[in-house]
Design a protein around this ligand. Structure first.
Ligand code: G6P
Length: 615
């Protein structure tokens, strides 16, 4: 949801900013811009389109000796993606320059007020309003930039992470955060600013993450000074050591991040359970759960809040928690939960699932649940993210950076973490027999090698993709544990190929979607051996009699569905609760290949962003 990057120090800022923007492009890619300042000359360049377009545009005109710069890659909120609305934005005097991620909700009233005092605006953005508000305060109150930013932000309603500099005061960048992430990389006499740490990972492993309602004035060669925006109190910077490495955020020989991340799943799942799952000893160690086990066991119910793919992982978790641990579960879209006045008490445990840990709706749902006394547990991938910090306890998925906008390894690793928690609680409650418990643990341990096996169908899946790439609609069906997988499969196809797809519980097909079935309609049916197999086979018969094209996702060695379906894709056998970890794989690959064959931008699908930090 917009990526921001900045540099101040002794190096040339341009290559750092441009490379940083490429790494942050997953956050938005409607337009991009850069401002470079060498103490005398200010160069600003911005364009509709991708960072590559910006790079082309600035090739001839950019000053290469600027040691201060800021850059932005945009996901449009206020104003269509065009050159004018692209960031950076200036104040009316041309002295103040800003980049912004977030939404200023009261921008309209602020804009009218500024217009009444003679300010003019070139763009339709809330950001241009903010930079002029800062300028207005600076002039009226006769204060320095940092103070002006602070006063202005106290008048603002909304969410932001910003970086601002003043060309009359070289050598200083002011940054602030509320609701949108902001990391500062600390080098030797230099600072890097970014929405996440990936732009500066090769320069420093030391980073400070700004908390909400904090701002900092950054000067090369000086210490970082962090203050609370509201009361001006000083905050001790907490310097974290980054775990990420450069290799993790590069494509490593794959054509796309999405494909790399699909193939990373065996290792990602292993990394998720490493040190936690001791199958031989029959132990699951998870400190976030161990330390709060009574809260889980005494809860009336578990409420899961999430968005997008993470919500689908939540649905899988509902099946596994109820089935194995016999704990009632409700799964809610965070965006609905936060506004529907839900009944939440201190007898509820809320689990928030989020890859990025920054999704605005999920964050707001957590705050609401906490305010109502619930114990909130986070399942996040990004270490140190807002959700990881806001929750009472949690478990990281340890999937490594996920850069492709369509989520893949985040989904399977979320299911892995949630399965571990469910099994742990099932054991603690005595809801599962010891032998069953141990069997599940052993099977979970085998999942990475079974995922590896499922991935060997890639070439076959590519051929299936070729047959159906021209389809305009697709139906995905599954029952039980594999109903959420059908939803996720349909979402993957929609996201990256723009083919309309719907996921449905297989039996519900006859209450509507069956009307859509004809010889043009591919129907992807998850029909694994243990998952209500006979019932799903009947559903397949119903599709066949209406001439639908059937792609069956089946257990290795299945012959029955093979006779009925137009194509089958096999996955290894496992226990039903763990089957989503395998059945998801061919659906990810199918979407990927169709999108590539259609010439779509797989890693940066139109209109989407990896992390939605606005509501
Ligand atoms: C966006 C992404 C999805 C993701 C969803 C929730 O829509 O494009 O891939 O599932 O946000 O994100 P989160 O980071 O909270 O899991």
């Amino acid at each position: 949801m917009c990526g921001i990057v900045g540099y101040i120090g002794h190096r040339e800022a341009y290559p750092i900013i441009i490379e940083g923007l490429k790494r942050l492009e997953y956050r938005g890619y409607d337009s991009a811009g850069i401002a470079l300042y060498d103490g005398t000359n200010l160069k600003v360049s911005k364009t509709k389109g991708k960072v590559a377009d910006l790079e082309q545009r600035v090739a001839d005109e950019i000053s290469t000796n600027a040691n201060l710069g800021i850059g932005h890659t945009r996901w449009a909120t206020h104003g269509i993606p065009n050159d004018l609305n692209a960031h950076p934005h200036y104040s009316n005097s041309g002295n103040l320059v800003i980049i912004h991620n977030g939404i200023i909700e009261n921008y309209d009233s602020l804009r009218k007020e500024l217009i009444s005092r003679g300010y003019t605006f070139k763009s339709e953005t809330d950001t241009e309003v903010l930079i002029n508000l800062i300028e207005d305060v600076k002039i009226k109150e006769d204060v320095k930039l940092g103070k002006a930013v602070q006063i202005a932000l106290n008048q603002v309603v909304g969410a932001y992470s910003i970086a601002v500099f003043d060309k009359t005061k070289p050598g200083e960048i002011v940054i602030a955060r509320l609701g949108s992430p902001l990391a500062v990389g600390i080098g030797e006499n230099e600072f890097f600013i970014a929405s996440d740490a990936s732009p500066f990972i090769e320069y420093t492993k030391n980073a400070v993450y700004l908390e909400d309602e904090e701002m900092a004035i950054i000067r090369a060669g000086k210490d970082i000074k962090i203050r609370k925006i509201k009361d001006d109190s000083l905050v001790d910077p907490y310097v974290q050591e980054l775990q990420m490495n450069l290799e993790q955020i590069e494509k490593g020989g794959y054509d796309h991040f999405m494909l790399k991340e699909i193939f990373e799943q065996p290792n990602a799942i292993k990394d998720t359970y490493r040190g936690r799952l001791l199958a031989k000893k029959g132990i699951i160690k998870m400190s976030g759960v161990d330390d709060n086990i009574e809260k889980f066991l005494n809860a009336n119910r578990i409420v899961i809040v999430a968005c997008g793919t993470s919500w689908h992982a939540g649905l899988v978790a509902e099946y596994i928690f109820e089935d194995l641990a016999r704990i009632p579960v409700e799964v809610e879209y965070a965006s609905e939960f936060r506004y529907r006045n839900p009944v939440i008490t201190n007898k509820d445990v809320v689990i928030a699932i989020s890859q990025s840990g920054e999704t605005a709706d999920t964050l707001a749902a957590i705050k609401l649940a906490k305010a109502n006394g619930a114990f909130v547990f986070g399942v996040c991938n990004v270490v140190g993210s807002s959700i990881a910090r806001e929750t009472n306890a949690g478990a990281y998925t340890h999937a490594g950076p996920e850069i492709g906008v369509a989520s893949t390894k985040a989904f399977t690793t979320q299911i892995t973490v949630l399965s571990l928690i469910a099994l742990k609680l099932a054991k603690a409650k005595g809801a599962i027999s010891n032998s069953d418990y141990r069997y599940h643990l052993q099977e979970l341990e085998l999942i990475p090698e079974k995922v590896t096996k499922a991935l060997t169908s890639d070439t076959h899946i590519k051929a299936v993709a070729d047959t159906y790439k021209e389809a305009r609609n697709c139906l995905y069906l599954g029952r039980g544990y594999n109903f959420p997988v059908a939803l996720e499969g349909a979402l993957k196809l929609k996201e990256i190929s723009y083919i309309h797809a719907e996921g449905y519980p297989a039996a519900e097909m006859k209450h509507g979607p069956i009307a859509l079935i004809d010889e043009q309609m591919p129907v992807i049916v998850i029909a694994t051996k243990k998952g209500h197999y006979d019932k799903v086979v009947s559903n397949i018969q119903e599709i066949k009699s209406r001439k639908g094209k059937i792609i069956g996702i089946v257990t290795e060695g299945d012959t029955h569905v093979k006779e009925l379906a137009d194509h089958v894709i096999e996955v290894p056998e496992t226990l039903e609760p763990l089957s989503p970890l395998l059945t998801t794989i061919p659906l990810q690959l199918l979407s990927y290949h169709i999108a590539v064959m259609l010439g779509k931008n797989v890693d940066q699908p139109r209109n989407l962003a990896k992390s939605v930090t606005v509501e």
